[in-house]
Design a protein around this ligand. Structure first.
Ligand SMILES: CC(C)(COP(=O)(O)OP(=O)(O)OC[C@H]1O[C@@H](n2cnc3c(N)ncnc32)[C@H](O)[C@@H]1OP(=O)(O)O)[C@@H](O)C(=O)NCCC(=O)NCCS
Length: 164
């Protein structure tokens, strides 16, 4: 991993559009049509788990946001989106953001985290394929991964606000 000065901070309202622009750059067009976005619509993100990573010049290198969801009546963190600017990829920025938000999730009492992503990447943080946890279609079940206490937690993933 290349060593460089990186400042991590909780996302503020001023960061919003810069992060949106980063996500637009890093993800395929139409990212907001993904089923995971339906679980986020109208639900506030988990602020302490929404982080920016900026370089020594204040340029945004990467960002991660997290939302609460329900799975069979249990609360869970839906991790992501996470993205790193193409000029900073491969330097460990995502790993720093991932470890920070997983640590913060534990500190804030979250017992389980899930995401939809590539197992070959997220397995390095301990994520494993979740059995019996159903994201809204169309989602490839092999990409539904979890970390933490998932024993006995199965069912459809629903919006956190649907059960409030
Ligand atoms: C995925 C992403 C966040 C990783 O950011 P990053 O800062 O480059 O990641 P890191 O530096 O911590 O890790 C890089 C390593 O992960 C690997 N990697 C990155 N994406 C991967 C993937 N989808 N599957 C498997 N390995 C992957 C790289 O090959 C590299 O491997 P190495 O450590 O053996 O060299 C970044 O590539 C990105 O923003 N991609 C576009 C948006 C995206 O796909 N986000 C994830 C949605 S699930």
């Amino acid at each position: 991993m290349q060593q460089f000065a990186l400042t991590m901070a909780e996302e503020t309202a001023q960061d919003w559009w810069e992060i949106e622009a980063l996500f637009d750059l890093c993800f395929a067009p139409g990212r907001s049509a993904l089923s995971s976005y339906r679980l986020r619509d109208g639900v506030p993100p988990i602020s302490p788990l929404c982080l920016t990573a900026r370089d020594e010049n204040g340029v945004l290198a990467g960002a991660v946001r997290n939302w609460p969801v329900r799975v069979g009546g249990h609360m869970a963190v839906l991790l992501g989106p996470i993205a790193v600017h193409p000029t900073r990829q491969g330097e460990g920025v995502a790993a720093i953001l991932m470890r920070a938000c997983l640590e913060r999730a534990t500190q804030h009492g979250w017992e389980r985290v899930m995401l939809v992503g590539d197992a070959p990447y997220y397995s390095r943080f301990g994520f494993e394929k979740l059995e019996g946890v159903e994201m809204p279609p169309p989602t490839n079940p092999d990409r539904v991964l979890g970390l933490g206490d998932w024993a006995g937690v199965t069912g459809e993933v629903t919006k956190a606000s649907d059960c409030n």
